[in-house]
Ligand binder design. Structure first.
Ligand code: G6P
Length: 608
């Protein structure tokens, strides 16, 4: 969703800010803007649409070495240029970019209007510009601090003052902000990805921090005025990887990156010699693990699907009762949280508002929650305080692919670790660990030989009325993920069902024009799923079967058959999801969709 970038230093600010905004495009937005301090004045340009439109509108050689920029995903007020950020005060001397929601903005707006302020937008953010202006008597930080004292809600803000070239004041409360330290230049951004091309040295701000940034450094204080120091951290090298390389789309690149992202996730964590796994970040002793009564996994979208696999592994391998739940539902149902439950919150971005809300609910109720997160230093990672980083590296395409497989892998490693403590002997643990470690190279081999059958499957799916996805157990989670991908990327209506449940209703929808994708690895449920395939075929539907290589019976039942490497059941999602990711990608391509930036979606959903 919304993104912020700010720069102060030797370079011209506008190109740096625009470049940062381009790097944030993946988050999803509908308008963008930039403001710089040039020759003692604020120069601001805003446009509806993509950053490219903004770039075309910003004068070449716009001077000024201090600037801020924003990509907006509309919440308060329509998608118009007037509502795009930065917002200026009435004197045009102060510019503000804001992420988050000011909940008491209407009261503040009414008060300011009574005082004669004329508003130029429908946004909640504009009250910030006018309030800062009202409180400004020459000290930028003091004016921002006083303003924030009147706000209810969430904010990540960056503010510049025409009177103070060479200075940005920024503040965070519920919306992430990170300072980037360069040589004689300093950056601010809502997402470290925007900075990775310029610096790997970053400082994560905490809620209720205010930071004043200059080219030569910064000072952080708390909202109440107390001084505080925040350490510089080094961004992982994977975050500096850029662009699409030789790939036409980020989604395709990320699908192909899975061998490396999986290897990074497993590296040093699976220890076959001990038949177990080490996840230091969980900070759980064997005694703590032995005392767990129930594992509960929370997440949204793709992360929830990874959670379903994780819960199945916790129960199947570690023999701990386990469930997965959609975070947005969990947070508002006043859930019972027992002291010997352990929660995992799964999130690629670490910023999903619903997942963060669920984490807080668990914590309020005295529960322990561990993060399974990709973005280092993100809000969920910081809120949980402990957990597992999945190390997928930046995922730019809105539709999640490599983060899903790494989330699954991380949950499998955690399950192995818990299982080894509770029920598994060294030999069984070793076998599972070795199989896990073999996954990256086998995924590489499979991806390298693009699956025969895939394009036939694409043809069936793009010509069908809608598409059914069926599976059982962990393959039902894969079916859900395959259906989500096809909806997100190709806008094809789809439905995923546990295969046996289909006969209790959805079967009424089947006819010749409803392709059915069945995920059927060769495991204990195979024969039962193949019976469901027979039922589907009997209704005239065309069947695309994703099966284990060498499974001739499954192949014979299929109109289109796609084989994946053999694996044990709990590991199978790391293979069976691959053709479904490619199916969505190829179907989106065939239908001319904007694959990396599907309509209406945001990569990181920071509002409820
Ligand atoms: C958005 C994205 C999905 C993603 C979900 C959860 O809806 O479009 O692709 O799965 O958020 O995101 P998270 O960052 O928490 O994994």
């Amino acid at each position: 969703m919304c993104g912020i970038v700010g720069y102060v230093g030797e370079r011209r600010a506008a190109p740096v800010v625009l470049d940062g905004l381009r790097r944030l495009e993946y988050r999803g937005y509908d308008s963008a803007g930039v403001a710089v301090i040039a020759e003692g004045e604020l120069r601001s340009v805003r446009r509806v649409g993509f950053v490219a439109a903004l770039e075309a509108a910003v004068p070449a050689n716009l001077p000024g070495h201090t600037g801020i920029g924003h990509t907006r995903w509309a919440t308060h007020g329509g998608v118009t240029e007037a509502n795009a950020h930065p917002h200026l005060d009435s004197t045009n001397r102060i510019a503000v970019c804001h992420n988050g929601i000011i909940e008491n903005h209407s009261v503040l707006r009414a008060r300011l209007e009574e005082e004669g302020v004329v508003f130029r937008s429908e946004t909640d953010t504009e009250v910030l510009a006018h309030l800062i202006s009202k409180f400004y008597t020459g000290d930028p930080e003091a004016a921002v601090r006083q303003t924030l004292g009147h706000l209810q809600g969430t904010w990540g803000i960056a503010v510049i003052f025409a009177d103070h070239p060479g200075l940005i004041v920024a503040a965070r409360n519920g919306s992430p902000l990170v300072v980037g330290k360069g040589e004689g230049e300093t950056f601010i951004a809502s997402d470290p990805h925007a900075l990775a091309a310029y610096t790997r040295q970053v400082v994560y701000l905490e809620d209720r921090d205010i930071v004043t940034i200059r080219a030569t450094g910064w000072t952080v204080s708390r909202l109440d005025g107390a001084g505080v120091s925040r350490g510089v951290e080094l961004l992982g090298e994977e975050w500096t990887s850029e662009g699409r390389g030789d790939f036409s789309h980020h989604m395709l690149k990320e699908i192909h990156e899975q061998p490396e992202s999986l290897a990074r996730c497993l590296l040093g964590r699976v220890v076959p010699d001990e038949g177990g796994a080490r996840l230091g970040g969980l900070d759980l002793s064997p005694r703590d693990i032995a005392a767990i009564r129930h594992v509960r996994v929370l997440g949204c979208g793709t992360s929830f699907h990874a959670g379903l696999v994780g819960a199945a592994a916790m129960e199947g391998l570690a023999r701990i009762p386990a469930t997965a739940e959609i975070a947005s539902e969990f947070r508002y149902r006043n859930p019972v949280v027992a002291p010997d439950d352990i929660f995992f919150a799964i999130s690629q971005s670490g910023e999903t508002a619903d997942t963060l809300g669920a984490v807080r609910e668990v914590q309020i109720k005295g529960g322990s929650v561990l993060g399974v997160v990709n973005v280092v230093g993100s809000s969920i990672a910081r809120s949980c305080g402990r957990g597992v980083y999945v190390h997928s590296g930046p995922e730019i395409a809105v539709a999640s692919t490599k983060a899903f497989t790494s989330q699954v892998a991380a949950m499998l490693v955690a399950s192995l670790s818990f299982a080894r403590t509770r029920v598994l002997g060294p030999h069984e643990g070793k076998a599972f660990g070795e199989e896990l470690l073999s996954v990256p190279s086998r995924v590489a081999e499979w991806i390298g030989s693009e699956a025969p059958g895939l394009m036939d499957a694409v043809e069936l799916c793009t010509q069908g009325k809608f598409v059914f996805f069926l599976g059982r157990g962990v393959s039902h989670a894969v079916a859900l993920e395959g259906a989500l991908k096809l909806k997100e990327v190709a806008y094809i209506p789809c439905m995923a069902y546990p295969a046996a449940e289909m006969k209790h209703g959805p079967i009424a929808l089947l006819d010749k024009r409803t392709p059915v994708v069945v995920v059927v690895p060769d495991d204990v449920m195979r024969d039962k799923i193949l019976s469901s395939v027979q039922e589907v075929r009997a209704r005239g539907a065309r069947v695309i079967v994703v099966h284990t290589e060498g499974d001739e019976a499954a192949k014979r039942l299929a109109d289109v058959s796609i084989a994946v490497p053999r694996s044990s059941t709990l590991i199978s999602p790391l293979f069976t999801v691959l053709p479904l990711q490619l199916l969505a990608f190829r179907a989106g391509l065939a239908l001319g969709r904007d694959i990396d930036r599907p309509r209406n979606l945001a990569k990181s959903v920071t509002v409820e």
